[in-house]
Every structure is written in structure tokens, then in C-alpha cells.
Ligand binder design. Structure first.
Ligand code: DGJ
Length: 740
């Protein structure tokens, strides 16, 4: 049985039976060509040095399990075999990874192995955001499968990274026949596992309460986590993980999955009657149908698979590092980000040049580095009811345009940023008068409206050309350093009058391809501009957006206590530097809660710090405190934005939250502790640090010293007196001496 592998660095190949072993020091992933040329899945998990074919699925006779007609025994059936990319309409009754409607109306497609290639590095995915790696950093296996009867080819791409516990996968289908076919589902990957007792972890929520962590046991049946909104959405992030039920932050096996896509997505987690688990992810197939002409290819988005043998923390760190070094395409990916002040909660739509200059001057006094002018500067936008699409300065509010504001910022040594909502159109706008047909709608049918706006069809080249021209003009004439790219409603009545009835199932995905095309053009043209993505806060916080825009407005909820959960959940997948986190005024606009400025400062300093308040309304002592927060953040910014992040105490499980940031050399760390509710006769709780060097002596807040081993295993009492609700503490650790 044992096969002799020939080593191609990160990918080993054995013949008879043909088996591929993708491996690095963290993980192994094994697939092989089984009898009947089926591409079977063998193993995905902790690294093994040698693979001896132990995971070849046993030949077993199962009832009601059809076999290919060409074999005589009944012990081989697709209905139970773990596969790499199950087809549809055949003997596998579980969820297919691909469904294609052929010219004769059949939906039966089952692909067989044809050939493979191994290349150094990682090819780009045309038109789609994807991870990148140079020739030394990764290797890619492409397996070609064929459906000869249906005249289709299927390409499965697997990239293994050398220094990360990461494999990425995507698929592409090509029509090699004479007639068009309709692709009704093309997932990015499918992964089968024959025997795993695992829990499902996912991030879900709603507007202003995004990315709650839910963990639930898997049970027989199908669980779908999806968005049909034309955006990744507030309600279900395109991420999930299968975790050992006993996994903690630092122990237990974890399989994380993230889709690099910003539109409607779907994850299918299925457990069959034999407790075999299948996980799949990709574009949502609800309403999807891609008309594939002869010789044309449909490429799926890429999915990232992370394996951790040591709990959730290792998974998160792998995602963070991958996204920072191999996904964010921006020059800013590893650059420290400016502390900004955004005027949204300070003024809403009500401002003029003088007001803004006063805010800018006051921000400058506080040490803030960038001023961002939010919604309301264009058209006749005095409320959220008009002007989207009219990207021309409102001369009533700003008679001299944007340039004086930008110049003023620059004179003060600050930067200037601006809000746009490019994908939308208000009926009350000049653009709508000129181009009512640029809207996504079904002519003759009732439409749905949200926030008084409709969605522009970004699948249309002329719409993208218009937006590129308008935004380029403003970037250049106003001298922008930053853009906040907002998107405040989801798609409905998805239809494109220019397309044929057979092509209407493409509109949603074509929109996302159009969005990516526009983002690509803008970010390539203006690499000096920092982009932050936003969708009513964190309604499109996904890896696809991070490719173009290296930071995201995490949530419209700026309440520090609510943010503990939001930022904790977000940190499972997305890097700290990508999380816009602002201090806002109290009572909080979203929750009405009063929290101390210190706690608001610490929560916001746990991400990419900014302020979302009117500095002119701050009392003198508050100004002093904000000045200190800003100065403190600058001093610790590199550590917080790019250090290793550790979650210590889970806000979903108790009223306490703790996390910390450790420099890669472990010489510097900052830990933060938050106690949501104060109690009478307060019980004492310990805080155990993590990620330190056990043999190094650290000074703690310059007050005392202790070894890393003590700080991690014994811990400290973070709060010993009752200072009311929403209390917090910060601990700065500095290595003072190397232990023996
Ligand atoms: C929603 C965003 O999340 C807010 O921060 C703000 O920019 C508003 N839109 C403006 O309309």
C-alpha cells in the first residue's frame, strides 16, 4: 500500500496510486487518485513526515450506495467516499461542489482525474482578489479533472505556504464543448472528513453588533451559513471554523476557513449518517447561474484554509500574518496608520468650512494626525435622502470647495481624508435624472428602497468609468490622503436590462467583479491614498475588501463595552491594524451608555485608533486625557498594530475581557483588562499574561519586575479596588533582563 513519494519541496507526489502530499512544518494535506479516476481526499491536519496511504478510504459494502457501472464489486461508492470536489446528479447524495446545467437539460456532472502541474509561487486569479506569494514562499498544485461526457474541464488549485499553516484553494470550470452550459454552483473548495467530533464556530450578528462568536456542536444534517445580500453582510461573516470541542485559545485542533469574497456567500457544513463531515464555501448559489459559452472559464473566488494544532490563537495569528503579508495589496499593509478624527458623530450633516477648521485645529492640538470629512459634503446632502452619485462639492456648505480644508490640514502637518459612497444613487440626484437605468432593478416590477437609496449596477462599465473619473478628480483636486468607502444598503431586485434572460443569474457576481475592477483601478492609480472600507460599519468586513483596502470601519457601534465583543470576534480572523476603532462621546449614540474616557480610550487603542467626536466639546481635563491617549498610542502603535495579538478573557463568557499585544522579539508587551460590571464585596480575579518569554524578567508598568514564567503561570490581580462599572486597567511590560 505504501507509496514512494518524490519530493518537490512543499508538495510530494507518489505514483501508483497517484497521491499528492502538501506539507510544511505545520500541516499535511493529502489527496489521491482513487480507482475509477476519482479525486479522493485522504487527510488534512497536523504535519506528518511520511504518508503511507493509511487514510485511503476502506472498501466497504454499504446499502443504497450505488457504484460506477464499470466495476463489479459493491464496495466502492461515491456516496461515502471522501472527495476533493464532488459533482452532482451521481451516486453522491451529499452536497455537490459543482452543479452545471448542460445543453440537454441534464444536471449530472462528475469529474475524473486527468493530469496535474506543480508550480513555484502562486498564480494570480484573474479579476479576483487573492493571496500572493513569491516563488520561495509557496508552491501550487493544480489538478485538472475532466467530465468528458459533458465536455467540461475543472481546475482545482491548491497553494501551500512555506511558513504559515495555510493552504488556499480555488476552482475553475471551462466549457470545452460546442454549446453553452449554465454553471449553477461552483464552490471554491469542498473538504471531507471521515471521522471528526467537532464543533462549528462562526461569526454572526446584525447591524451595529457584528461578528458575535457562536460555537455549536455539529449534528447530522446540513447547516448553512450564508449571505444573499450581494455583500458579505453584517449577519454572517464569510468565515467559519471546525474546532475540537475542548479547544481553547492555546490547545486543541482548529480548522479555519475564510472566503476571499465580498458578495453573497455560502458555507455548507454537512454531517451525514456515518458522521462524516463535509465543509464547502463559495459564491452563494441562490439565484446564481453563470452562462458559460464554449471555451470560456468561470473562476471561483479563493478560500483560505488554516490549520492549528494549538487552539484558536494559532489560527488567528496565521490569518493575521497571511492577510498582512500575502493579501493586503496596499503600500500601507505594514505601515503604521494615522490616528484620525472623523466628524460624523461630531456634526452629522451640519457643518461649514469654519466649523470644520476649528475641529481640525483642535484635533491638531490633541496630536491627532488626520481629519476625515464624512458624509454630507457633496450635492445637496443635508440628510440621508439625497445626492448620492453627485460627487460634486456642496458650495452652500463649502463655498471654497475642499481644497482649503485639505490645505489647512497639510499646513498643520495633518492629513486629509474624505467619505464616499460610490456604489449608491439617490433618486433625488442629478445622476438619477441623467441615468435612471444605471440602477439595479427589474423594469416593470416593484423596487425595494433602503436609506432612500438604490444600488448602482457596477457590472456596467460606464458606471465604473463615471465613478473613476469623479473620484480621480476629487482625489487630485482636493489632495486626498485617505478615502472612507462606505456602502449603506444591500442588493435587491438584482437584474440587468442589458443581459439576456439566461444571463440574469450572473448579475450579482458581475457586480462584485465590477466593484473589484473599480477598486483595482483606483488603488493602482493612487497608491499614496489610504483606503478604509465600510458598510454601515462592519457590513462588508471580509478578506476580499482587505485586498484593496487595508482597514475597515469595524462597526457603527462605538460604545466601548459593545466593542469588546465586536473587536474580540473580529480578531479571530482579521488583523488588529485592519480594525478601525474610535473613541466617541458619551452618552454613546448607539447604546446611550456612559463609560469612562479611559476605558473608551483603551478599547479604541486596541485597534486602529481614531476619534469620532467633536473635540471642541471636550472639557479641559478631557482634552488633557485625550492628549495622553494619543501620545500613548503613538508610542505603542507599532506593537498594537503589528504585534502578536492574544485573547486572554472572553467577553462572550464572562463580564471580564482581557487581551494583549506582544512584540515579535517578546521584549515589549501591553495587556488590557476590562471589567464590565462592578460588584459589592468584589471577588478577585487573576490575569495571566501570555506570549512572553518565560526566562525574561519584565518590568510591569515600571512598578515592579517579574519573570515571564511568573506573569504567565501565576498571573497578577489586575483590579483590587472597586472603581465602578466599565473599569479598565493597562499593563505595560518591558524586558529588563534576560534570565539564565
Ligand atoms: C455609515 C457609516 O458606517 C458611518 O460611519 C457614517 O459614515 C455614515 N454611514 C454616513 O452616512
Amino acid at each position: 500500500m505504501s507509496a514512494a513519494f518524490q519530493n518537490h519541496d512543499l508538495i510530494s507526489v507518489a505514483k501508483d496510486p497517484l497521491t499528492f502530499h502538501l506539507h510544511n512544518r505545520y500541516l499535511s494535506y493529502v489527496l489521491g487518485v482513487d480507482e475509477q479516476d476519482i479525486l479522493a481526499h485522504h487527510y488534512y491536519g497536523s504535519a506528518v513526515d511520511h504518508y503511507s496511504n493509511l487514510r485511503r478510504y476502506p472498501r466497504l459494502m454499504r446499502h443504497f450506495a450505488p457504484s460506477p457501472e464499470t466495476i463489479e464489486t459493491r464496495d466502492f461508492s461515491l456516496s461515502t467516499l471522501p472527495q476533493e470536489f464532488p459533482g452532482s446528479g451521481g451516486a453522491d447524495y451529499r452536497e455537490p461542489a459543482i452543479v452545471v446545467k448542460l445543453a440537454n437539460g441534464s444536471q449530472t456532472v462528475n469529474f475524473l482525474y486527468d493530469s496535474y502541474t506543480i508550480t513555484a509561487g502562486k498564480p494570480e486569479l484573474p479579476g479576483l482578489p487573492a493571496t500572493f506569494a513569491n516563488e520561495d514562499e509557496a508552491q501550487t498544485l493544480t489538478v485538472k479533472l475532466v467530465e468528458t461526457d459533458a465536455e467540461l474541464e475543472l481546475y482545482l488549485h491548491y497553494t501551500i505556504f512555506r511558513d504559515l499553516p495555510v493552504i488556499t484553494r480555488s476552482s475553475a470550470v471551462k466549457n470545452v464543448g460546442q454549446k453553452p452550459v449554465q454553471v449553477e454552483r461552483l464552490f471554491s473548495f469542498s473538504l471531507d472528513s471521515p471521522d471528526n467530533e467537532l464543533d462549528l464556530l462562526h461569526l454572526n450578528g446584525r447591524y451595529a453588533q457584528e461578528r458575535n462568536v457562536t460555537v455549536e456542536p455539529l449534528s447530522t444534517g446540513i447547516k448553512i451559513l450564508d449571505s444573499k445580500r450581494g455583500a458579505s453582510g453584517h449577519t454572517q461573516n464569510p468565515f467559519c471554523a471546525l474546532v475540537d470541542p475542548h479547544a481553547t485559545e492555546h490547545s486543541g485542533e482548529v480548522f479555519g476557513f475564510s472566503l476571499i469574497y465580498s458578495g453573497s456567500h455560502k458555507s455548507v457544513i454537512q454531517m451525514d449518517g456515518y458522521n462524516q463531515v463535509r465543509v464547502q464555501m463559495g459564491i452563494n448559489d441562490q439565484g446564481f447561474a453563470w452562462w458559460l459559452e464554449p471555451q470560456k472559464v468561470l473562476q471561483s473566488p479563493e478560500a483560505v484554509l488554516v490549520h492549528s494544532g494549538h487552539g484558536l490563537n494559532e489560527m488567528s495569528q496565521a490569518f493575521h500574518q497571511l492577510f498582512l503579508d500575502h493579501l493586503m495589496h496596499s503600500d500601507f499593509s505594514r505601515k503604521e496608520r494615522p490616528i484620525l478624527l472623523n466628524n460624523w458623530e461630531a456634526t452629522y450633516f451640519n457643518f461649514n468650512e469654519d466649523d470644520l477648521k476649528k475641529i481640525i485645529a483642535s484635533s491638531h492640538d490633541l496630536g491627532i494626525e488626520m481629519f476625515v470629512l464624512d458624509d454630507g459634503w457633496f450635492g445637496e446632502r443635508d440628510a440621508a435622502t439625497s445626492s448620492l452619485g453627485d460627487w460634486v462639492v456642496d458650495r452652500k456648505k463649502l463655498p471654497n470647495g475642499l481644497k482649503p480644508l485639505s490645505d489647512y490640514c497639510h499646513q498643520l502637518g495633518m492629513q486629509f481624508g474624505l467619505w464616499f459612497e460610490p456604489e449608491m444613487i439617490s433618486v433625488k440626484s442629478k445622476l438619477y435624472q441623467d441615468h435612471p437605468n444605471w440602477v439595479l432593478e427589474v423594469p416593470g416590477q416593484r423596487r425595494s428602497i433602503d436609506r432612500s437609496q438604490f444600488v448602482l449596477n457596477l457590472g456596467r462599465q460606464e458606471v465604473r468609468d463615471y465613478l473613476l473619473e469623479r473620484m480621480s478628480y476629487i482625489i487630485e483636486h482636493a489632495g486626498l490622503d485617505y478615502i472612507k468607502w462606505d456602502m449603506n444598503r444591500n442588493m435587491t431586485e438584482v437584474y440587468d436590462e442589458r443581459l439576456s434572460p439566461d444571463e440574469q443569474g450572473e448579475v450579482s457576481h458581475r457586480y462584485i467583479l465590477g466593484l473589484y475592477d473599480l477598486l483595482d483601478a483606483l488603488t493602482q492609480k493612487y497608491p499614496q491614498v489610504l483606503f478604509e472600507s465600510c458598510s454601515g460599519g462592519g457590513g462588508r468586513y471580509d478578506a476580499g475588501m482587505l485586498y484593496y483596502m487595508p482597514q475597515t470601519w469595524t462597526s457603527d457601534n462605538t460604545d466601548a463595552i459593545a466593542r469588546l465583543k465586536i473587536q474580540y470576534g473580529t480578531s479571530l480572523v482579521y488583523p488588529i491594524v485592519s480594525m478601525g476603532a474610535h473613541v466617541s462621546a458619551v452618552p454613546n449614540e448607539q447604546t446611550g451608555r456612559m463609560t469612562p474616557l479611559r476605558t473608551r480610550g483603551l478599547v479604541a487603542s486596541s485597534g486602529n485608533l481614531g476619534y469620532e467626536l467633536n473635540p471642541l466639546n471636550l472639557l479641559d481635563n478631557e482634552k488633557q486625557e485625550v492628549k495622553q491617549q494619543v501620545a500613548w498610542y503613538k508610542e505603542h502603535r507599532a506593537l498594537i498594530q503589528f504585534g502578536r495579538f492574544y485573547r486572554i478573557q472572553d467577553p462572550f463568557k464572562s463580564t471580564r475581557t482581557a487581551w494583549m499585544f506582544v512584540s515579535p522579539d517578546k521584549k515589549q508587551a501591553v495587556a488590557m483588562y476590562f471589567n464590565v460590571f462592578s460588584e459589592a464585596s468584589m471577588p478577585l480575579h487573576m490575569l495571566n499574561f501570555v506570549g512572553l518569554d518565560p526566562a525574561v524578567k519584565y518590568s510591569v508598568n515600571g512598578e515592579y519586575t517579574a519573570y515571564g514564567s511568573e506573569l504567565m503561570h501565576i498571573g497578577i490581580y489586575p483590579l483590587t479596588q472597586n472603581d465602578g462599572d466599565f473599569d479598565s486597567a493597562v499593563f505595560e511590560l518591558k524586558a529588563v533582563e534576560q534570565g539564565s
